[in-house]
Write a protein that binds this ligand. Structure first.
Ligand SMILES: NC(=O)c1ccc[n+]([C@@H]2O[C@H](COP(=O)([O-])OP(=O)(O)OC[C@H]3O[C@@H](n4cnc5c(N)ncnc54)[C@H](O)[C@@H]3O)[C@@H](O)[C@H]2O)c1
Ligand SMILES: [Zn+2]
Length: 344
């Protein structure tokens, strides 16, 4: 089933009216409760609010147990609906809880961070982290509706806005030279509100076009893993040492590390490799990953869902809009990239 996306919160009341759910639950974290729920409340019939703690470190089975427990205590049934109101942590975990509660109840994603709008809330991947491995437990389950309203971004902290521009840049690299060059013009924060809106909408359309062609990640969708082999290992590494690294920050680093491999050992031209590093410098500070242990990183990469004990695979860019999926890379190539990432 393909995802239905509507722009603007006004799409919600007619949807709810047409479905007649028995009970309505809104899943929030403390930030989306404070900043986003007030914008939604007037549009909702009677509902119950389930609040969890924000942040990737809470995207765990323990939090799911809490959510399932609240649903049970508040008499949720198979005809209940969960509205996931928040960033990618809320949409990933709320969707997973809905997909598994009583063998699956309906859910709607209402993304409030830019990353969730352009990426996490779309495409039907649900997940939680497990034993410090990113997105290890999850399912493919399509929301009944994704309702996107960019007014939520007014309260999103700048650091999250900047970090999540890396998924937008990834989409641009996978699309064409035009989109890529737009994002190389200036730091993301310096685009006007209307420019940002246009960039966000194009990014959403691109992600939709890819997941529509390959919803189960068997082939074409794998391109969206660009930068993510290194990014997920970095995130797991930081989780292991109880340090914070936003998903978008990890993706930004992953994009330059994987571009290094694509240029040094494969066919990515030097000027595009330099452009990717230039984009990083436009938006991010130099990374502080000097102390990182390369062998631990390699072990984490082998545990990534995309890989197996014998091979680490990456999506390697060839030029804007062209890439090779499932490219096997060697440990020494990865170590060289990690070295480049830690002191470029
Ligand atoms: N399922 C997928 O296809 C997919 C794709 C990409 C990323 N992801 C996942 O998404 C997650 C990252 O998402 P994220 O960057 O949104 O992280 P997040 O959910 O942690 O949100 C970032 C921070 O912003 C706060 N916040 C969100 N919206 C706000 C608003 N409007 N105003 C004020 N504060 C707000 C949150 O409370 C949180 O503190 C990761 O777990 C990643 O694995 C999933
Ligand atoms: Zn991502």
């Amino acid at each position: 089933m393909s995802t239905v996306i509507k722009f603007g919160l006004n799409a919600l009341p007619p949807f709810l009216k047409s479905r007649k759910y028995s009970t309505l639950f809104v899943l929030v974290d403390e930030n989306s409760k404070k900043h986003c729920l007030p914008l939604l409340k007037a549009l909702l019939p009677a509902h119950q609010v389930v609040t969890i703690k924000s942040g990737e470190r809470n995207k765990t089975l323990k939090t799911c147990e809490f959510i399932w427990e609240v649903l049970l205590k508040k008499n949720a049934d198979r005809n209940s609906l969960i509205l996931n109101l928040g960033g990618g942590v809320i949409t990933d975990m709320g969707a997973f809880c809905a997909a598994t509660f009583m063998r699956g109840i309906d859910f709607v994603n209402i993304p409030t961070s830019m990353l969730a709008m352009t990426d996490a809330a779309i495409g039907g991947k649900t997940a939680i982290d497990f034993l410090n491995y990113k997105n290890m437990i999850g399912s493919f389950t399509t929301p009944q509706l994704v309702c996107i309203d960019t007014q939520f971004l007014k309260t999103l902290p700048t650091k999250h806005l900047v970090a999540s521009s890396s998924e937008i840049f990834k989409h641009a690299l996978l699309q064409n030279k035009n989109e890529t060059n737009t994002l190389l013009k200036k730091p993301f924060l310096l685009f006007s509100e209307s420019e940002k809106l246009a960039i966000i909408k194009k990014s959403i359309r691109f992600k939709m076009s890819v997941v529509t062609l390959d919803s189960l990640d068997k082939n074409l969708r794998k391109q969206l893993n660009l930068g993510h082999t290194l990014a997920h290992a970095l995130e797991s590494y930081f989780m292991l040492y109880k340090k914070t690294l936003f998903h978008g920050e990890a993706v930004a680093l992953g994009l330059i590390g994987e571009a290094y491999i694509a240029h040094r050992f494969y066919s990515l031209p030097y000027d595009l490799f330099l452009s990717i590093v230039f984009w990083y410098d436009l938006n991010f500070l130099k990374p502080n990953i000097k102390e990182i242990n390369f062998n631990t990183m390699l072990k984490l990469m082998h545990k990534d869902k995309k890989n197996d004990p014998l091979a680490i695979k990456m999506v390697l860019l060839e030029s804007e809009g062209h890439f090779a999926i499932d490219t096997r890379v060697t440990h020494s190539q990865i170590k060289e990239a990690l070295k480049f990432m830690s002191d470029f």
